[in-house]
Each structure stands twice: as C-alpha cells, then as structure tokens.
Design a protein around this ligand. Structure first.
Ligand code: DX5
Ligand code: ZN
Length: 225
C-alpha cells in the first residue's frame, strides 16, 4: 500500500478544475500540500456524463510523480475490467472500480493488483457496505460515495457518516476508507470522526477563487497532514 494512504489526506478532484490550465491547477494544490490527486472517469453509461480517460492521467503523471504525489483514478464506468491496462500504463497509482459496475468484483480487484496498481472498490449510497467485506482480501482502498456519482457540487448525504462507521468496523484498520462527494471544511471532520482516511474534494477546492487557500482550510478542518 502507498504510505500516502496511512494518514488523513485531502485528495483534490480535478473534475472541478479549469481544464484549460489543468497543469497549473494541479501544481497549485500540490504546492498547498496535496499528495493524492483524484481523477474522475465517467463513461456516459454507468453515469450520464462523459469526462476524461487515460490521456489525462498520462498528461499529469510526470508532474504528479515528480512531486512525490499519486494519481487516484476513480472509474465510474461499466465493465471497468476492460480498462485496467490502459489506466495502469497511463500512470494510475490506484484504480477504484464501482462494485455496481463489474460482475466479477473479486477478479477485477485481483487484475488491478496484478497490473501493479492499488485496487479500490467504490460503493454508491444505495449499496450495502457489507458488500465489500467478502473482497477485503484483495482490497487496498474502500471508497464510500457520499453523493450519487456523476457530478461535482452535490450536497453531502448525511447517512454516509453511519455507513463509514459501519464499514470501518467491518474492515478494520488495514484498509483505508475514502469518501467522495460533498466534502468541505464542515463535512470533513464528520467523516474523519467516522473513520475515513482519504477525503476527495472537488468543488470545495477548485470551485473557489483560491484553490490553495481552500485546500488548506479543508485540510486543517480534517486534521489532515
Ligand atoms: C462525483 C465524483 C467526485 C466529485 C466530487 O461523482 O466522483 O469525485 O469530483 O465533487 P464535490 O467534491 O464537488 O462533491
Ligand atoms: Zn470521484
């Protein structure tokens, strides 16, 4: 496991970044202390929007790794098992697939590890947290969605706090819990208190006039490194 996942961290999601100056925006949050950069891949099938693919991961890979940071790739796509090689080759450090989007989750997680990448599984707000227990032997990261996936800027679903608590108790301390959706300086302490380690924040960072300042405010509220 990347030692970066041992601490409480904020992972800025580039979904809310200005894509005309993406490199600069990533440099800004890295300068503020970010060491995990979250990439939201959407296929227009599993979720309605189409966003980005391996070429964006590849475009960012060198600068992110040069800063000692990692690329956390969240695949909101159907049949993600078909894209593991492409994202691994592009420089993904984690590949997080949705439990709802792959028929053979256990096999898919194994394939991610075999590609030399950390294997993550995500669950939507309507999916039972218990569904991740039986894949825990092949799981490096468990992502609890705190909004329904598809768009940035949605409101945090309060029931996520209890879901994180339950999953944290079920998985134990060995598998970090990531939370994604509606995270800002007010919701960050709630999810950290419930046991989340990696907090994705998109609009609360890149949607603000000063992303560095916004990042720092959330990191401070979360007690992140
Ligand atoms: C939503 C994506 C998120 C998104 C979060 O489906 O998975 O990563 O960027 O955006 P905010 O932080 O604005 O809720
Ligand atoms: Zn995401």
């Amino acid at each position: 496991m990347s030692e970066l996942l041992n601490d409480i961290r904020i992972a800025p999601s580039i979904l809310s970044a200005d894509f005309a100056r993406l490199g600069d925006q990533v440099d800004q949050v890295i300068a503020a202390g970010a060491r995990v950069i979250h990439v939201d891949v959407m296929d227009g099938q599993f979720v309605p929007p189409i966003t980005m693919g391996p070429i964006i991961v590849q475009a960012l890979s060198e600068r992110v790794k040069a800063a000692g940071a990692i690329l956390d790739v969240h695949l909101m796509i159907n049949n993600p098992e078909n894209q593991i090689e492409a994202f691994a080759n592009a420089g993904a450090d984690t590949i997080v697939v949705h439990a709802e989007a792959t028929t053979h989750l256990h096999r898919t997680l194994n394939a991610i590890r075999e590609a030399g990448v950390l294997a993550g599984a995500a669950i939507c707000p309507g999916t039972a947290v218990e569904s991740l227990v039986d894949v825990s032997e092949v799981l490096d990261l468990a992502l609890v969605m705190s909004v329904n996936p598809g768009w940035g800027g949605q409101s945090f679903i309060e029931a996520s706090v209890g879901r994180i608590e339950r999953l944290s108790a079920l998985l134990g301390p060995g598998i970090p819990i990531e939370v994604d959706g509606g995270i800002d300086a007010s919701t960050a302490p709630l999810v950290v208190g419930a046991g989340a380690k990696l907090l994705v924040a998109g609009s609360a960072v890149f949607g603000k006039p000063d992303p560095e300042l916004a990042y720092s405010a959330i990191a401070e509220a979360a007690g992140a490194v």
